[in-house]
Design a protein around this ligand. Structure first.
Ligand SMILES: Cc1cc2nc3c(=O)[nH]c(=O)nc-3n(C[C@H](O)[C@H](O)[C@H](O)COP(=O)(O)OP(=O)(O)OC[C@H]3O[C@@H](n4cnc5c(N)ncnc54)[C@H](O)[C@@H]3O)c2cc1C
Length: 490
């Protein structure tokens, strides 16, 4: 690292690592500061199911899937009822396939497109993931790349506590604090805030997300809203602070993710009275608040062997089984005995669902897809609603630059992932699978591209100046100028 400091300081070793790696690839020196020693198993990227959407990727083409950024953009706007920031949604849908291909080809992440079930709200199969479908595998891979990259230094544990601007309003330093309380000002011309949102700050959650404030928080403990506080001091604008990703399928017993693939393969969710209470296929994010409103704030997912087998591709689901959260029963009476749910109501509900799966009648909640009839033996798992992460944050432009209320960019300051405003509109219902990792990895990638272009432009400018100076030096006119008395006496 040069004496002037790194070209870029990335705060947060989650999705921000994509920005660090991209910047290094483009010839920039990077320092990553990470507050938590346990980030590799504790941050949201590591906790995720590693589903990364890419619209129009080569993986999709190979699988015969027709898709495009426009189609993806349409899905985002439909899911958010037109509320998502269209400029950001466009930028992210446009970069999504390039991001996925860069991760696969340049970062050698073994990705493939998921076709064995369909995520709600996506009109094409566009989620790409790795074998095991877990964020730890994704993050471990990125960390491995970072450690082999000579241009990146990783400082752990160290917390970004502030960013300093020069008189022109451009980033000039990052202020970093070590656990002993010592702070250091690191000179740099760019900082990427990749510190995630404010899900671990109960006060902020209570203020902005009251409907989910009492639910289990199942996200990084380091998501304390640092980017919001730093951004506020620098005059940054914020947006969509009421947006979040919830989840309706966290196993009560093992605190592991059961996963919505269960529902998309035909499982149903019933309440304490043994009855379904909504259309489960609308989306797992909004279903968290639906479950939170049920008596006891809980529900039971009922599935069968076929669904069980189909979900084994997910590490989270396997951990749920290993955690003893799944209870098997040969019939409805067995489920009732194991769970305390009323047998008669449950039997009636499952018979109604079976008829719907056969195409008989219309669901009273509007669910149209059941994949197949549930068949014994049944498995049942009790779930509680959870808050996974917040989706609002600092307003950014299409290059991930943080902007002020008047729309002007704070030069050199970037934000990604949960630190930035998302593309999920307001509340929980606008969240589409992938709306977490796409802004986390995609905005970090875009920030690096912008910063590198900025450097290139500055180098060109410097080269132009040098050339101009050189030209001036060797020009007969310049000799004349140098010799003029006015300039000489000035
Ligand atoms: C169970 C689960 C499953 C999910 N599955 C998916 C999925 O399949 N697809 C999808 O798109 N999204 C998914 N999400 C959402 C996704 O994980 C997040 O949106 C995304 O990982 C956020 O990335 P990030 O870089 O903003 O935050 P993180 O990955 O949490 O990284 C932020 C890092 O910053 C560090 N940090 C915090 N403050 C500071 C500071 N001041 N200085 C230095 N470091 C700091 C933290 O320790 C952390 O390591 C899931 C979330 C959960 C909880």
């Amino acid at each position: 690292m040069s004496e002037e400091g790194p070209d870029l300081v990335v705060a947060g070793a989650g999705g921000g690592l994509a920005g660090a790696l991209r910047a290094a690839q483009l010839g920039l020196d990077v320092l990553v500061v990470e507050v938590s020693e346990h980030y590799r198993r504790g941050n949201n990227t590591s906790m995720s199911t590693a589903m990364i959407p890419g619209a129009g990727s080569r993986f999709q083409r190979a699988a015969g899937i027709e898709d495009s950024p426009e189609l993806f953009f349409g899905d985002i706007m439909r899911k958010t009822k037109g509320e998502a920031d269209p400029r950001l949604a466009r930028a992210l849908t446009r970069v999504s396939a390039r991001l996925v291909e860069w991760l696969a080809d340049d970062m050698e992440l073994p990705l493939s497109v998921v076709t064995d079930f369909h995520y709600p709200g996506h009109s094409a199969d566009r989620c790409h993931t790795i074998e095991g479908r877990h964020g730890t595998l994704l993050l471990d891979h990125l960390v491995g790349r970072v450690k082999r990259e000579g241009r990146i230094d990783l400082l752990v544990p160290a917390r970004l506590v502030d960013v300093r601007l020069d008189d022109g309003g451009r980033v000039r330093a990052a202020v970093v604090e070590t656990p002993d309380g010592a702070t250091e000002e690191i000179p740099t011309r760019a900082v990427l805030l990749a510190t995630n949102g404010y899900g671990a700050d109960r006060e902020l959650v209570g203020r902005y997300l009251p409907e989910i404030a009492d639910a289990v928080y199942h996200g990084s403990e380091a998501s304390r809203g640092d980017a919001l506080r730093i951004g506020a001091r620098l005059g940054a604008a914020t947006a969509y602070l009421d947006a979040y990703q919830g989840h309706g399928a966290l196993a009560a017993r093992s605190s592991t993710l059961v996963g919505w693939a269960t529902v998309m393969h035909g499982a149903v969710i019933v309440g304490k009275d043994g009855r379904r209470f909504g259309n489960e296929t609308t989306g797992y994010s909004e279903y968290a608040a639906v479950i939170a409103r049920q008596p006891g704030s809980t529900g039971w997912i009922v599935l069968d062997k076929r669904i069980h087998d189909a979900c084994l591709a997910f590490t989270d689901f396997r951990q749920t089984i290993e955690g003893g959260a799944l209870v098997w029963a040969d019939d409805v009476a067995g489920i009732a005995a194991a769970t305390g749910l009323p047998a008669d109501a449950l039997a009636e509900e499952l018979a109604t669902t079976a008829a719907l799966a056969r195409g008989e009648g219309e669901d009273r909640f509007g669910r149209t897809f059941f994949e197949a009839e549930l068949a014994p033996p049944f498995a049942v798992v009790q779930v509680v609603p959870a808050l996974f992460h917040t989706q609002g944050g600092l307003v950014v432009d299409e290059h991930a630059r943080v902007t002020r209320e008047d729309g002007s960019a704070i030069e050199g300051l970037y934000a990604s992932g949960g630190a930035a405003e998302g593309i999920s509109g307001h509340g929980a219902a606008g969240y589409l699978a992938g709306n977490g990792l796409l802004p986390a990895l995609g905005l970090a990638y875009l920030a690096a591209d912008h910063l590198a272009a900025d450097h290139l432009a500055a180098d060109h400018l410097a080269a132009d100046h040098l050339a101009a100076d050189h030209l001036a030096d060797s020009s007969p006119l310049s000799s004349t100028r140098e010799l003029t008395s006015e300039e000489g006496s000035a």
